[in-house]
Design a protein around this ligand. Structure first.
Ligand code: HEM
Length: 128
């Protein structure tokens, strides 16, 4: 599967989950999960969709396994971070290290994405 297709599909599934979570928060009038909901939506929906657009604009990179791996790491990191943040804000200290692992995962993965972006830029310059 192309990296962009994986990004778009995962982004939409996460958006649905994040929106349902938002509706549950609103109906229950318990907004304590707000930070986890916000991270799930921003990392899972917005960021993944943006990755997808970038990959769709660079067809050769879109087919590369490095791009697919980058997207998968982001999906896993986002879910781990969200679970960790939700645990922290529901009073479970175990959430701290989990959120830490998730945060470092998405940080390293953003560096990987940055490397792909810069490498793509250089390849584009060389082609001109
Ligand atoms: C059906 C859709 C959604 C519902 C019902 C919903 C509901 C909520 C609720 C009840 C809060 C807590 C507000 C508060 O206590 O101040 C919240 C916060 C937040 N939501 Fe959503 N949400 C939805 C979709 C989204 C999406 C798609 C995003 C991001 C793209 C998003 C990002 C955020 C952020 C960043 C906050 C924190 C805002 C702040 O700190 O002031 N939400 N949402």
């Amino acid at each position: 599967m192309k990296a962009s297709t994986l990004s778009f599909r995962a982004a939409v599934l996460i958006a649905l989950a994040g929106m349902i979570w938002g509706i549950v928060m609103a109906i229950s009038r318990d907004h304590s999960a707000l930070p986890a909901h916000a991270h799930l939506n921003l990392l899972g929906w917005v960021s993944l969709f943006l990755f997808g657009i970038f990959y769709r604009l660079h067809p050769s990179l879109d087919l590369a396994s490095s791009a697919r791996i980058q997207v998968w790491i982001w999906i896993v990191g986002t879910l781990v971070l969200t679970v960790g943040v939700a645990l922290v804000h529901s009073g479970n200290a175990i959430g701290d290290p989990i959120a830490g692992v998730g945060a470092l995962t998405v940080l390293v993965d953003m560096a990987l994405f940055g490397w792909l972006v810069f490498r793509q830029g250089q390849a584009g310059m060389a082609a001109k």
